[in-house]
Design a protein around this ligand. Structure first.
Ligand code: ADP
Ligand code: MG
Ligand code: MG
Length: 253
């Protein structure tokens, strides 16, 4: 198993957000997490990435059989867990490229590989940019500074193409992409599907899943996964709406 989430509970301050998540993802699989706004999708991704705001109160997460929750966010990234930033912190003056090379070299050091110098990294980056049809000027902009929604998403897939994570978590912005950007982003993601890699695609909308076809779909409501199924579940959800799901997720009286 690539990722095993067992009875995961998490809170912010005194507010319980995740209330017992179970999830098993094998290498090569793509799972979609859907659910209404506020159901805890982003919290789940943040907890997996190790953001400090969220406190895990129960449960466990195994990544390739090891205790993921025991690792710092940096060590999770080095181990191969990737989370693109939904609302990135802007770091003026730090080039996109510099940021990415630092991240890649941290991974390489941990694996006993030689670090890439600026030249070698540049050729790798240029090669990987093709996947999302980015142009070269993109590389030298500050990390997410002044990027449009579509550019941020492309940048996220580009980062993933460079870092080649074992597990990638893609948390969609609710603002949505135009159809061209959606196709490009989905095409990049699909090109990165492989039998070693797992993908967790978090989305409020069904339409992304027309392009990135998941092996399994899970629906969250109020901090729990209340339904799981195959890709048809996403379509059913599209026609029945989230009100249907919220009823399923209502705690027993
Ligand atoms: P989703 O991504 O499904 O829209 P979120 O995980 O963003 O859901 O939010 C789930 C719930 O947790 C919401 O009620 C939200 O207000 C709350 N929440 C998330 N993050 C925080 C935070 N940092 N501080 C306080 N409440 C939060
Ligand atoms: Mg939200
Ligand atoms: Mg969210």
């Amino acid at each position: 198993m690539l990722l095993s989430v067992r009875n995961l509970h998490a809170r912010v301050g005194d507010k319980d957000i995740l209330k017992g998540i179970d999830l098993e993802l094998r290498p090569g699989e793509v799972h979609a997490i859907m659910g209404p706004n506020g159901s805890g999708k982003s919290t789940l991704s943040q907890v997996l990435a190790g953001r400090q705001t969220y406190q895990v109160t129960q449960g466990e997460v195994l990544f390739e059989g090891k205790d993921l929750l025991a690792l710092s966010p940096e060590d999770r990234a080095i181990a191969g867990v990737f989370l693109g930033f939904q609302y990135p912190v802007e770091i003026p003056g730090v080039g996109n490229l510099h940021f990415l090379r630092t991240a890649l070299n941290a991974q390489r050091r941990a694996r006993g590989l030689e670090e890439l110098d600026a030249m070698d990294f540049l050729s790798l980056a240029k090669e990987r940019m093709k996947l999302v049809q980015m142009d070269a000027s993109f590389l030298n902009r500050s990390v997410n500074e002044g990027f449009s929604g579509g550019e941020k998403k492309r940048n996220e897939v580009f980062q993933m193409a460079v870092l080649q994570p074992r597990l990638a978590i893609l948390d969609e912005t609710d603002s949505g992409l135009d159809i061209d950007a959606l196709r490009i982003v989905a095409g990049g993601v699909n090109a990165l599907r492989s039998k070693e890699r797992g993908l967790l695609v978090i989305t409020h909308y069904q339409r992304l899943l027309d392009y990135i076809v998941p092996d399994q779909v899970h629906v969250m409501s109020a901090g729990r996964i209340v339904l799981s199924g195959d890709k048809e579940l996403a379509r059913e959800l599209e026609s029945k709406g989230y009100a249907w799901v919220d009823k399923l997720g209502a705690p027993a009286a």
